[in-house]
Design a protein around this ligand. Structure first.
Ligand SMILES: NC(=O)c1ccc[n+]([C@@H]2O[C@H](COP(=O)([O-])OP(=O)(O)OC[C@H]3O[C@@H](n4cnc5c(N)ncnc54)[C@H](OP(=O)(O)O)[C@@H]3O)[C@@H](O)[C@H]2O)c1
Length: 264
């Protein structure tokens, strides 16, 4: 049980965002504003939240449309009278290979969603919390993929690395106002996002397990949370590999992707 009662989650119609919403509904009977594009899926999540004793609000919005995102955030702030937890979770991996005809449009969406959308969501609520002296909690969902530039995840890795840096800087910037910042860095989790992957995904977790771990990391006010532990270990090794070794291993790992072995 936690003290979080009014919560915003982006990317809450499926996967990790939806699962996290369920955790807060079940355990805290929280009131949750759910952002994603699919109204029908959001309505279903609102129904599930009600069945657990929480209150859900569907906020259909494409986070890559920054004007629409601002309107959605304003609506939430007005309706809620102030929230105490914001989770910028919406994201897409946008599998890429080289050459790839769709790379330009994939890159644009991945940057707009994972980086611009996440940063602007958190910036909006950070300003509001500071202005109204709310000692809230801001959470970003980055990834182990942000630890190093990964083949097939070129732009995805870059956006997650950017988000990791942003969350670190944000934490330092807002701590004087009593606002907490958590960076959640999942390894592989079974969700619609990873269902699209046709390559080996070591240590992959079930969604319920991952949602529960994320919930506990948030209520325990972790600054950084990389999970599962075995993936955190791999990530640490990757991050500390000398450049020449990483380049060599990376080139070997990229070959099957570029030959189309794992699909696009
Ligand atoms: N699953 C993993 O293994 C894994 C690992 C590391 C990090 N992550 C990160 O965890 C987060 C959640 O991923 P997931 O695996 O749960 O993926 P998911 O099941 O595909 O969920 C993505 C969510 O984002 C929403 N979304 C997508 N595009 C959007 C847009 N333009 N505007 C608003 N919402 C949008 C989707 O809803 P609509 O389609 O209805 O808009 C959905 O609710 C992502 O940031 C991802 O990078 C996941």
């Amino acid at each position: 049980m936690s003290h979080y009662k009014k919560i915003v989650i982006t990317g809450a119609s499926t996967g990790l965002g939806k699962q996290l919403a369920m955790e807060f509904a079940k355990r805290d009977h929280a009131e949750i504003w759910l952002i994603a594009r699919s109204q029908d899926k959001l309505d279903a999540v609102v129904g599930e939240i009600a069945s657990w004793g929480g209150i859900g609000h569907a906020i259909p919005c494409d986070v890559t449309q920054l004007d629409d995102l601002e309107i959605a955030c304003e609506k939430i702030w007005t309706e809620s009278g102030g929230v105490d937890l914001v989770v910028a979770n919406a994201g897409w991996s946008g599998n890429m290979r080289y050459p790839g005809e769709k790379n330009w449009s994939i890159a644009r969406t991945v940057v707009d969603l994972n980086l611009r959308g996440s940063i602007l969501t958190l910036e909006y609520f950070a300003q509001k919390m500071i202005g109204e002296e709310i000692k809230g909690h801001l959470v970003g969902v980055s990834s182990v993929a942000g630890f190093r530039g990964l083949p097939k995840s070129t732009v995805y890795s870059a956006t997650k690395a950017g988000l990791i840096s942003y969350l670190e800087a944000l934490r330092i910037s807002v701590s004087a106002y009593g606002i907490l910042v958590t960076d959640i860095r999942p390894g592989f989790v079974k969700t619609p996002l990873t269902d699209a992957n046709h390559f080996p995904m070591p240590f992959i977790l079930e969604l319920e397990d991952a949602g529960n771990r994320m919930y506990r990391a948030i209520i325990n006010q972790r600054k950084r949370f990389t999970f599962p532990k075995r993936m955190a270990f791999v990530g640490t090794i990757l991050r500390n590999l000398p450049n020449f070794l990483f380049d060599w291993i990376g080139a070997k790992a990229a070959q099957p992707f570029n030959k189309g072995k794992f699909g696009n």
